[in-house]
Design a protein around this ligand. Structure first.
Ligand code: MLT
Length: 209
């Protein structure tokens, strides 16, 4: 895995001793989409924002799906492994503190962030995931230890794409594996609700990454 294997944006930290935010965009977006989110969530942090390598009818994604809401779980596992390896490569190339990488993602990127937590525990210090569901769909994730990991989940109770049941299932999977979990539900749909973003920002600054 080489740094150039993913198109990406890298913005160095603007504050000394700041963590790095790994930003994972939603379906059809690209590596520029979540930069404003990253700056709002973690002012001063370094931003590492790759572009998903799956092309679904011209839309960038992180893994294949059979149709909306039905994932190709084999592909998800394989590509999440590639992304984990690439993140390690970026840590070396940019001289990052490997203990202070936090992922944030929306929708398909949030599902991928959840898969990174469950399949590659130890890679990330935390996660702020918006519209994330249980990524392994019907498979119970391995009994990994996430007790050193802080996770914020922002979910819409009226989300028709990531249903609230899927979001709550992810919450249960993370909690059962010891993650320090902060769950926030808003009345809306598949979106990054401003109130939830404000709560995520408070969570980030209180988490001490
Ligand atoms: C996914 O495919 O990860 C979810 O259905 C959300 C999306 O449409 O990106």
């Amino acid at each position: 895995m080489a740094l150039g294997d993913y198109e990406h944006v890298w913005e160095p930290a603007t504050e000394a001793d700041a963590p790095t935010l790994l930003l994972l965009h939603g379906t059809g977006a690209d590596e520029h989409d979540l930069l404003p989110l990253g700056r709002a969530l973690a002012p001063g942090a370094a931003l590492l924002s790759p572009r998903g390598t799956v092309d679904e009818n011209g839309m960038n994604r992180w893994f294949r799906r059979l149709r909306e809401g039905v994932f190709d779980v084999e592909d998800l596992v394989e590509r999440t492994g590639e992304l984990a390896a690439w993140t390690g490569e970026a840590v070396r190339a940019y001289g990052l503190d490997p203990e202070r990488i936090v992922v944030s993602g929306f929708s398909n990127g949030a599902n991928t962030g959840a898969a990174l937590l469950l399949l590659h525990p130890g890679l990330l210090a935390g996660a702020a995931l918006f519209a994330a569901g249980a990524p392994l769909q019907g498979r119970e994730p391995a009994a990994v230890d996430l007790s050193a990991t802080s996770v914020f989940l922002g979910s819409g109770v009226a989300d028709p794409i990531t249903t609230i049941d899927q979001a709550r299932l992810l919450g249960r999977q993370l909690r059962e594996r010891g993650a320090r979990l902060s769950e926030h539900e808003h009345p809306g749909g598949h979106q990054l609700a401003p109130d939830v973003l404000a709560e995520a920002r408070s969570w980030f600054s209180a988490s001490g990454f």
